[in-house]
Structures are given as C-alpha cells and as structure tokens.
Design a protein around this ligand. Structure first.
Ligand SMILES: Cc1cc2nc3c(=O)[nH]c(=O)nc-3n(C[C@H](O)[C@H](O)[C@H](O)COP(=O)(O)O)c2cc1C
Length: 303
C-alpha cells in the first residue's frame, strides 16, 4: 500500500496535490467542488486584494503551444471583504483553504492576510509573482529586499503559516527564496506563469487586451522543475512545486526534485476537475511499480 500523504507547515494533506491560485478560485462553490469531487488536498483562493478589481479588458486568455495558455486576467477579484462568504463555502469542502493575498503596499498585504486569517484560512500565500498589474505581485518578487520586507511584515502580523509565491522571471530565483527564508517564510510556492505574448499576424496586433500575459501549462514544467530543484538545494523551508503539472509522472518529478507538495492549475482544462484524483492514482501506480512506500522515500532523490 502506497501512502502519498504529506504535510506543509503542520497542515496535513491527504495527497500532495493542491489547487493553484486563480484557476476556478473566485467562487466558494467551485472551490468546494474541486475539493469534494476533484479530490484536491487543499485549495488556494484567487488572489485577493483590499479593493475589488474588474481586471484587464479582453481577450484575457489565449491558447498557446503544447497545451499552454497565455493569460492576463489582471487580478480580477471581489476584494477580501466580499470573499468572506465564499471562503465559508469553500471550507465546506473539508480540506485546508489557503488564502492568496496581494497588496500595493506592505500595509495592504498585511490587511488582506489578517482578514484571511480571521476568516479561517489555514495559511496565507503571498502573491509575489503576478506579472501584469503595476506595483504588486512580481513587483515585490523581482526585488529581493522587498520580498524580504513583505514576508517579514506579514509574518509579524498573523499567526497562520505564510507562504511566498515566486516568479521565475528573475535572474536568480534562489536569491529571492533565500531572502524569504531569512524573513521567516513557512513555505515557498514556485513558480507562477512566465511572462509571454501572442501576436495576431492578420492584424499585426498583440492578441491579449493587456498585450502581454503569463504562460502556464505543460510547456513551462521543465522550467518550474529546475526552479524547485535549485531552491530545494539551497533553502530549508518546504517548497510547493507549480507549473505545468498534468500527470502523476509530472508530480513525481517535482517530489523527486525536492518539493513537499504540488499545485495544479492549467491541467484542469485538459483533464477536468478530477485531475487531482487521476494524478494521485497515477502517482500510486508508478510508486507501487518502483517499490516505493511513501513520498519521504523519494523526496529530493534527484539531488
Ligand atoms: C487564468 C489564470 C489565472 C491565474 N491567477 C492567479 C492568481 O490570481 N494568483 C496567483 O498567485 N497565480 C495565478 N495564476 C498562476 C497559477 O496559480 C499558476 O502559478 C500557473 O498557472 C502555473 O501553474 P499551471 O501551469 O499548473 O497553471 C493564474 C493562472 C491562470 C492560468
């Protein structure tokens, strides 16, 4: 019998397979469905800010190569206050709910994180990675000192675990991860979508309303995997791998690179919301064949 349960900062997960932020994450009912029917072991909400945002003008998503998507939603969200009710519904799914927070200042990151804690989120994931909306997200994650300061500020303000979600659009993601570790982060999520674009050759114009967006899906998996491998080599906090995970083999690669858990987003488009159950089964089959009993036996063996 293979055991694929795991733990992140004291949060028990029946499998390592969590929903990534932003994919079907704006409504409590869809988050609950992904937990109950989809089999996700934890769910991360859409990134929430202080004020509601309507996001970028369309088109906001375009298909890319090899099952990939380029998206520029523009952090469309109802604001944290309006999300309380959605979070209550999401919690009915019976798995840990992780609140994703962004801000345009340290004060805003703290405000959202404190609200999510008071609503009963099991952890807060700081969005230090979103590429397309002014001075938030990647604006922080691209500056090592700002990443350090924001993590430290939020850590001092909440009691729940604090995760930092990083971008690979930096010259050295390990340096940013180390700064977050020094600031006391509880886990690192790596990575978010990669900056990208598509041009319509008939009009000669960028396809997305925002012109540029973020590439996600299977085509970014090798890049995400290398980031997880590099971070886990140098940093001692748990790492949650994210980027293109679509099959059990993908998830096992991330665990073997050193990840504690995995997040899945774009894969839902090709395999449906039960992708979490499907991947869990595939992981178990491969592990059984190879004679592995649990994830601790294989975590980081690629090092
Ligand atoms: C439509 C869409 C919306 C997203 N929104 C968010 C978001 O609000 N916050 C965030 O941290 N990441 C967001 N992401 C990034 C995903 O959480 C994930 O990091 C990225 O898509 C890579 O994983 P994947 O290849 O499994 O999708 C979004 C991705 C997509 C495709």
């Amino acid at each position: 019998m293979v055991d694929i349960s795991t733990k992140i900062s004291g949060i028990k997960l029946k499998t390592p397979l969590m929903l990534a932020s932003g994919i079907l994450g704006t409504a409590g009912t869809s988050l609950k469905r992904i937990a109950v029917f989809g089999g996700a072991s934890a769910i991360v909400t859409k990134s929430l800010g202080v004020e509601p945002r309507s996001g970028h003008k369309g088109p906001t998503i375009v298909k890319s190569i090899a099952g990939g998507l380029i998206s520029a939603i523009g952090l469309a969200n109802p604001g944290y206050e309006a999300f309380k009710e959605e979070l209550d519904i999401a919690k009915e799914g019976g798995v840990p709910v992780i609140g994703s927070a962004y801000g345009f200042s340290f004060r805003e990151y703290i405000e959202v994180a404190q609200a999510l804690e008071s609503y009963g989120a099991s952890a807060v994931e700081l969005n230090l990675s979103y590429p397309n909306v002014g001075k938030t997200g990647a604006f922080y994650g691209k500056h090592t000192e700002l990443s350090y300061e924001v993590v430290k500020a939020v850590k001092e303000s909440v009691n729940i675990p604090v995760f930092a979600k990083l971008t690979a659009n930096v010259s050295d993601i390990v340096k940013v991860a180390k700064a977050c570790e020094e600031a006391g982060v509880d886990a690192i999520t790596a990575i978010t979508s990669l900056e990208a674009m598509k041009i319509d050759v008939n009009t000669g114009r960028p396809v997305l309303g925002n012109k540029v967006g973020g590439l996600s899906g299977p085509c970014i998996k090798p890049i995400a995997l290398r980031c997880v491998y590099a971070i886990t080599k140098e940093v001692d906090v748990p790492v949650i791998g994210c980027g293109g995970i679509t099959t059990g083999e993908d998830a096992l690669e991330f665990i073997m690179a050193g990840a504690q858990a995995c997040q899945i987003g774009t894969g839902i488009l090709t395999r449906g919301i039960t992708i979490f159950k499907k991947i869990a089964r595939e992981m178990e089959e491969i592990m059984e064949k190879q004679g592995y009993r649990n994830l601790d036996e294989i975590r980081g063996i690629a090092h």
